[in-house]
Write a new protein. Structure first.
Length: 545
């Protein structure tokens, strides 16, 4: 049976101030004393764009404050770096090959066990508000109001139990307003609550809130050292992916250049629908908002037309545009996190509420010349993770244990005093919170599947230890990559089959084999999933006729 971390009742805690007593191990917390949980998940928020991690790009004072009051994880990772699969892993505590949702085309089996369902069963009020992305209707929630698919930045529609509802305003503000309304409806009751407060931002196509555009369009950002990576030290996967800022970032929808200018200057418009997206987004704005938008982006369009940059200059120009808008959307996230935290303070909820800040994965901000995610390389494999829990986590702690989004479900159940199901594959982070995780994992497992598909990142799986990483790219390729993260933190030189790393390579292969056995992943599971993909593709082509 799994070890379950129990908490003393609040009365015992109060007494312990005057008369310290050890926690009563078999005492279950009463309903009203169980911690509330607010799970803040943004979409594609790179740790490089949170000033608690890196202050070169943006100041995020409200997110940083959570880190100053709680624990900042330096080694938070995902199991499969892409939107919907990451959310399914968080809900189930199981890898993609076990929960059945391995890529963004799959549909979530909502009949399976999730941590919100178990919390709800044990007396929690539960809600999910904002980004959902799992296609099926949310289950295990008393209340849900979610964006359809990727959702819209301006005046967004929401899926509700009673059909679609359109709201006025900027999506990050709207999601926060709805969340506070729901909190108002439950905070007076005796039941603890779980709120999954999930933002669309900063997901592509990075449309900032109108008042936030100017701050970022007037700035110039430092370029990453690997912006002009030539991929020489790596295999085909890095060379053949389609996620470079130079070629694959859309000048229209991503960089906000009017499609007429893109066409007039003869830039490669490899996907016409990106231009359509641009116009669809723009047309959601009111006449007054359009005028405001034009005030900022009009001069940028004029400059671009005059410059008509090519080659490296085009990459540099697009990188700046990318950062201006991507970071612009994060300004609103940080403001709204501040707004929600002020609400918790003013209502007295902060003290007994666990607040988690994370993203569904990391993101490339120009490193290796890329945007997007998917790879097991550090920028996308890692994700920001900050946890505040007054009285349980020492303020200002920085942690370097290898933790994964697989751990959320067991952690929340454990914190609520609920036994973690045997078949959940993550581990409770409570010992890490208490700085008593003496026997922690020494390696992480990863598996990515969405290929062929958007951005053409090849299927791969691998292991990461404290210092090394071994990756196997497969399907239409059979290549291994090995990185020494201490000597080569930017993963520029594959050391696989380098005799100097022969021992390391052998040990990593062994550890990978062990992890695949531990997590029930193997070649026959992978083959079965490939066949399922082929069948799915056949069905889609039938439907599309
Ligand atoms: Ca995402």
């Amino acid at each position: 049976m799994r070890k379950t971390w129990m908490f003393p009742a609040f009365a015992a805690l109060a007494v312990s101030c005057a008369n310290p007593e050890p926690p009563v191990a078999d005492e279950k917390p009463a309903e009203s004393q169980k911690p509330n949980i607010i799970f803040i998940m943004t979409d594609d928020h790179a740790y490089q764009a949170i000033s608690a991690y890196n202050d070169k790009l943006i100041e995020t004072p409200n997110i940083d404050k959570l880190a100053h009051q709680g624990m900042l994880f330096q080694r938070g990772f995902v199991t499969n770096s892409i939107c919907a699969p990451s959310r399914a892993v968080a809900l189930t505590g199981k890898f993609s090959h076990v929960n059945g949702l391995k890529d963004n085309l799959d549909t979530f089996d909502s009949t399976q066990v999730t941590f919100p369902k178990l919390l709800q069963k044990e007396g929690y009020k539960t809600a999910v508000i904002g980004k959902w992305h799992l296609k099926t209707q949310p289950t295990g929630f008393d209340y849900w109001k979610v964006l359809p698919d990727q959702g819209q930045y301006y005046h967004p529609e929401f899926r509700t139990k009673n059909g679609m509802v359109k709201e006025q305003g900027y999506v990050t503000d709207v999601v926060t307003d709805i969340s506070m309304q729901w909190l108002d409806s439950v905070r007076q009751g005796n039941q603890p609550f779980l709120l999954m407060y999930q933002h669309k931002a900063p997901h592509r196509e990075w449309w900032p809130n109108l008042p936030d555009i100017e701050e970022f369009t007037s700035r110039e950002f430092p370029e990453p050292a690997t912006l002009f990576d030539d991929y020489k030290g790596r295999g085909r996967a890095a060379k053949e992916t389609e996620m470079t800022i130079h070629t694959h970032m859309a000048l229209s929808s991503d960089n906000k250049i009017h499609p007429d200018i893109v066409n007039k200057l003869g830039y490669k418009s490899f996907m016409n629908w990106y231009q359509r997206i641009h116009l669809e987004q723009y047309n959601r704005l009111s006449a007054e908002e359009k005028a405001q938008w034009d005030k900022y982006y009009g001069p940028i369009n004029e400059d671009f037309e005059k410059l008509a940059p090519q080659g490296k200059e085009l990459t540099k120009w697009k990188y700046q545009r990318y950062m201006q808008d991507y970071l612009g959307t994060i300004r609103s996230v940080d403001d709204n996190v501040g707004r929600l935290m002020a609400y918790l303070d003013s209502t007295g909820l902060a003290e007994n509420t666990i607040v988690v800040y994370t993203s569904d994965q990391g993101f490339y901000l120009g490193e290796h010349g890329w945007f997007d995610k998917r790879f097991m390389y550090e920028e996308s494999f890692r994700t920001p993770l900050i946890v505040r829990w007054p009285g349980k986590i020492k303020a200002g702690t920085v942690d370097d244990h290898l933790v994964q989004n697989l751990d959320f479900a067991p952690t929340f159940l454990d914190a609520a005093g609920i036994q973690v199901p045997e078949d959940m594959q993550g581990r409770s982070l409570l010992p890490v919170f208490a700085e008593k995780a003496d026997d922690w994992r020494d390696a992480l497992y990863y598996h990515y599947y969405e290929y062929p598909g958007f951005h053409m990142v090849k299927r791969h799986y691998g292991v990461r230890t404290d210092r090394y990483k071994l990756i196997h790219f497969y399907y239409d390729i059979d290549e291994w990559e090995l990185y020494d993260l201490e000597k080569d933190p930017q993963e520029m030189q594959n050391q696989y089959d380098n005799p100097e790393y022969a021992d390391v390579q052998e040990k990593l292969h062994l550890r990978l084999k062990e992890l695949r056995e531990q997590y029930h992943d193997n070649d026959s599971v992978t083959t079965a999933m490939l066949h399922a993909d082929i069948e799915r593709a056949k069905r889609k082509s039938i439907y599309s006729k």
